[in-house]
Design a protein around this ligand. Structure first.
Ligand code: FES
Length: 101
């Protein structure tokens, strides 16, 4: 094991989990795919750069809050979570994180 000494100010986890077609549960990746991830990542990195923050945006598997209306997103260290997120929600998520810096 090697410790990693690199840190970020905010890490977002964006669910891209895809379940097999036979599974009746919704899955973020199947509903929105990587298109949402790429949109969110671009918006969050631009926002972070404007605020002088090191922002990481990473794909995750299921976060346990699946919703067919959108994607699950988590932010750390703020410990904020959202589900059913769409592209229209991204500015509000970034506004909430800004309030909690
Ligand atoms: S599949 Fe995304 S939270 Fe479950």
């Amino acid at each position: 094991m090697k410790p990693i000494e690199r840190h970020c100010d905010i890490q977002f986890l964006v669910c891209v989990n895809e379940r097999p077609g036979s599974n009746p549960l919704p899955s973020c990746g199947a509903e929105r795919g990587n298109a949402f991830f790429n949109f969110f990542r671009s918006a969050a990195l631009s926002w972070g750069a404007r605020h002088g923050l090191e922002v990481w945006v990473n794909r995750s598997l299921c976060q346990g809050f699946c919703d067919k209306e959108g994607v699950s997103v988590a932010a750390f260290p703020q410990q904020k979570r959202w589900n059913a997120v769409t592209q229209a929600d991204v500015p509000e998520i970034l506004r909430i994180i800004e309030e909690n810096l």
